[in-house]
Design a protein around this ligand. Structure first.
Ligand SMILES: [Zn+2]
Length: 349
């Protein structure tokens, strides 16, 4: 007899507001579908943005020529050459860290790239360089076990430098959110005998409303209870830690991410955050925990904008969202499968 599924997509409707609860963590989000349906045209001060790009390029520490002089080097134990280079990516220590082992990795030689200009190869090289830093750091310090890969694109995402770059951390303890995901996944496993992430994919595939693309070993769904606008969740099958991503999986993720960013560009997104939720290195937790990554859009970069994060998020721990995941999934499916992205309709993995 098949094991009963215990994933519950709980939501309440109060007036126009949907209260949704994350099926794993029970975190509350509120979505107003009426707000989601309004057409949001980013009133772009294009010239303003162009000026910012031009101005910031003049003294950008991440541009070729300066990155070799203006950024610090790793000690020899971490990297013999001082900085890790793969393709256009350069990884070096973060001058203003918020983690003990905290590096920065530039993504491109170009000072600015639009969302539709990040090639799969660029992203792949960046991830390979990040993985090298993570493994090297872990070899030196076995307590540094929890890798985090974060990409903040443009200032509204908290990225202070325009030049495309990512943050790479190797933490001694899981961040509170990763800790919570691991703990809840383990509890789910104990309760149901199954892997939450596998069950989630099955349930989302069956329901069809939020499942977007992919299969084993990687798929994309629109999160049922998103913590950000246009939130997409990447689920990596059968691996719990970022360092378990082999070159093929890194290549597949890069291809998907490059396509998704292009689709974001098409729906008018101009800033985003990408964060991975990796279990510990050598934790062997894949029976109950699979790594995931979340991508959310942020306000369009222009002089004065309405923040997407207010007191409810910052102080009350409630995420107020105006994108309905089912609508996002429908749009993304069209964009990812349609001619605008690729004429090929087969899965790249
Ligand atoms: Zn630059």
């Amino acid at each position: 007899m098949a094991r009963p599924k215990v994933i519950v997509f709980r939501k309440l409707l109060r007036g126009q507001i949907e209260y949704r609860f994350d099926p794993l963590t029970n975190e509350q989000v509120r979505i107003n579908p009426a707000r989601a349906r309004r057409i949001k045209q980013a009133e772009v001060g294009e010239s303003e943005l162009d000026q910012l790009i031009k101005r910031s390029k003049q003294k950008c520490p991440f541009c070729p020529g300066r990155v070799e002089k203006d950024t610090p080097c790793f000690p020899r134990e971490i990297c013999e050459e001082g900085r890790i280079k793969v393709g256009e990516s350069v990884v070096f220590p973060n001058l203003n860290p918020f983690g003990e082992c905290h590096a920065v990795g530039t993504m491109s030689k170009e000072h600015f790239l639009n969302l539709d200009e990040f090639s799969p190869q660029m992203i792949k090289d960046n991830l390979l360089a990040a993985k090298r830093y993570i493994l090297s750091t872990h070899t030196q310090n076995k307590e540094a076990r929890y890798p985090v890969y974060m990409w903040n694109y443009m200032p509204p995402s908290a990225g202070s430098i325009i030049h495309p770059h990512v943050q790479i951390l190797v933490e001694t303890e899981p961040t509170p959110q990763v800790g919570k995901l691991i703990k809840k996944s383990l509890a789910y496993y104990a309760r149901s005998g199954g892997n939450y992430w596998r069950d989630l994919i099955e349930e989302e595939k069956r329901a069809g409303k939020r499942f977007i693309i992919g299969d084993d070993p990687l798929c994309i769904i629109a999160s049922f209870a998103p913590r950000g606008f246009n939130e997409l969740c990447f689920i990596f099958n059968e691996i719990s830690s970022l360092v378990e991503m082999d070159e093929r999986l890194i290549g597949g993720f890069s291809l998907y991410l490059s396509r998704v960013l292009r689709a974001y560009h098409e729906i008018g997104v101009g800033a985003f955050n990408l964060v991975t939720f990796s279990g510990p290195i050598a934790g062997n937790d894949a029976c109950f925990y699979w790594m995931s990554a979340r991508l959310i859009s942020r306000p369009y970069p222009k002089g004065v904008y309405t923040s997407d994060t207010g007191p409810m998020e910052r102080l009350q721990n409630v995420w107020v969202i105006d994108t309905l995941p089912e609508e996002l999934a429908r749009r993304m499916k069209t964009l990812l499968h349609g001619e605008s992205i690729s004429s090929k309709r087969t899965s790249p993995l």
